[in-house]
Design a protein around this ligand. Sequence first.
Ligand code: RB5
Length: 162
Amino acid sequence: MIVGIASDHGGFETKQILMEHLKSQNYTVIDFGNTVNDSTDDYPDYVIPLARAVVEGKVNRGIAICGSGVGASIAVNKVKGVRAALVHDNFAAHQGVEDDDMNILCMGGRIIGAETALELASTFLRAEFSKANRHVRRLKKVKGLEDSFGIVPESKKKHKSK
Ligand code: RB5
């Protein structure tokens, strides 16, 4: 499996530890940066190229890390075809894949320790989408939202329906 990984300075140390660990577990790891710990860098510059690689099939799964994991998850979910979540517990790390076909795991390097990040990544990478009918049906509904470019709330519509 090819795993893509990306972080800003808030997730840099976690990313470096995670990369070495995953390589030792025989995963092929592609680093989308940042490759140096730069306190002025911006997470979209690294996590968006990772997100593109995931939807283009250049990597099988992605791991995006920032300080809290929030910015990374908001950013990557803007890329059509990404199904990412901020996950800090083991249950969601596998169920997010099994039920929701999550393809990018987001974590907060300033919130969890390296050992927890390794465990979550390992759980995420071992999990497989169940392909159960009910989950496929739900995913189709999610994809429908994506295809229609999101839902415009009635209050924001220029011409309100009567
Ligand atoms: C960077 O200081 C920090 O804001 C960023 O890593 C992340 O936590 C954003 O969600």
